[in-house]
Design a protein around this ligand. Structure first.
Ligand SMILES: [Zn+2]
Length: 420
């Protein structure tokens, strides 16, 4: 075919424009576009073994809809077991702890809480923010002090009510003056009412002291302890709810008033509720006596909390609107083994959850297990960005629609880290 030179030049110009537009907008011919809008919801400790039966009963409609419309898998946590901040830092960076530097809640030397400036690897929100996507990050573990992002950040420390005799800590938010705007949205434990607790616990089912005193002596002691702990346990639930409600409300506020391309929110409550109420839900399976009172009052609290987390997820998706939704957890939950007291990473299980739903992902497919290391590479691929050679995870390619991968083949870059 002979083309007039003028047409050749014209064709070249058109092709160049198409290429540039394609790169800038991240879109290829035919397939779904890269990037777009993304909602990432981190639910600490979410476990398929608890989710499965609840989903079958229709009690987690929002997560079920995502599973049905998207791709889901077991998400293998770090081994040996690590604490949650370490795993969430791996999720956010695609790197193992020795590279990202967040190895605990506390600094092993100073015993003060680890802070975001200890992290030695860049996060996916930092990387995609630099590529002109705007981001909102709310509540992520070890995000204080707030870093400069291409959008908004409300750090994990924001949930704690300031002591009246102390000034508020600095850098709770980015930008700094966002703090005043979101300050009224903080929910304190005292703001959580009896009615709020009603759906999680059944206080009326507690044994009375009179009833307990008629029991054989050993059982009586367990019951009396169960009764005496009621208020303390109900109060711990207040604290759990206050934290999640704070970050839910902050995220929704920002979505309404300062929408960004990407919203990332971390919810802690499922984990804390699982630690606090596992014994009540599994008497006989833990290696210590559980009172009838604890079983009757708090036996269904974990299940109800999963239902609440699903409602929060629904509220976030409603507010967010169209786009890709990614839900993940850092590990699963198994409860204390016989001979162990409840609490801490002993309770955690090795398998968390991952669900991704959106145009770029396959529909209603369960894929083989992947790792918490793979979340960041996969988000980068979703955004049409290459994966760092120094990352420890890989793109979860079998999650994507083949058409998406054809138009956005996974690229590589040596590193995103700044070397200066
Ligand atoms: Zn935990």
């Amino acid at each position: 075919m002979n083309l007039h030179p003028r047409y050749v030049r014209l064709l070249a110009a058109v092709l160049t424009t198409a290429l540039i537009t394609g790169v800038v907008a991240g879109c290829g011919e035919g397939g779904p576009e890269a990037g777009g809008r993304i909602l990432v919801v981190g639910i600490d400790s979410a476990d398929w073994d608890i989710i499965g039966p609840l989903m079958e009963e229709g009690k987690l409609p929002n997560l079920a809809a995502l599973v049905e419309s998207g791709v889901s898998c077991d998400l293998h946590s770090l081994e040996p077991k690590q604490k949650s901040p370490t795993i969430w830092a791996t999720i956010a960076t695609g790197k193992l702890p020795e590279k990202h530097g967040i190895t605990d809640f506390l600094d092993p030397h100073t015993k003060s809480p680890l802070t975001s400036n200890v992290r030695t690897a860049r996060t996916f929100w930092d990387i995609i923010g630099e590529r002109d996507m705007t981001v909102t990050v709310v509540g992520w573990l070890v995000s204080w002090p707030a870093e400069a992002v291409n959008g908004y950040m409300v750090t994990d420390y924001f949930r704690y009510s300031p002591r009246p005799d102390r000034p508020l800590p600095e850098h709770l938010t980015y930008p700094e003056d966002l703090r005043d705007e979101v300050e009224p949205l903080r929910v304190a434990s005292e703001d959580v009412t009896e009615e709020d607790l009603d759906r999680f616990i059944d206080l009326d089912a507690a044994m009375t002291a009179d009833e307990a005193q008629r029991l054989p002596v050993e059982q009586m002691f367990a019951e009396m302890r169960g009764i005496s702990e009621l208020e303390h346990r109900a109060n711990s639930l207040r604290g759990i709810l206050a934290g999640d409600r704070t970050f839910l409300s902050v995220t929704r506020h920002l979505m309404q008033h300062r929408p960004t391309d990407v919203s990332i929110v971390y919810l802690r409550g499922v984990d804390t509720a699982s630690h606090k109420f596992w014994d009540a839900a599994h008497p006989g399976e833990v290696g210590f006596p559980v009172s009838q009172t604890a079983f009757r009052v708090f036996g269904a609290t974990i299940a109800h909390y999963y239902e609440y987390a699903d409602e929060m997820l629904g509220a976030l998706i409603d507010e967010f609107g169209d786009g890709t939704v990614i839900v993940c957890s850092d590990h699963g939950f198994e409860g204390p083994k016989p001979g162990q007291l409840p609490g801490g990473i002993n309770d955690h299980g090795p398998i968390g959850i991952l669900v991704m739903s959106g145009d770029a992902f396959r529909d209603g497919v369960r894929i083989p297990e992947r790792s918490v290391r793979d979340v960041t590479p996969t988000i980068l691929a979703l955004c049409g960005l290459p994966v760092g050679d120094d990352m420890d995870g890989v793109v979860i390619e079998d999650a994507f629609e083949p058409a998406f991968l054809r138009s956005h083949p996974t690229g590589r870059v040596s590193t995103y880290e700044r070397t200066e």
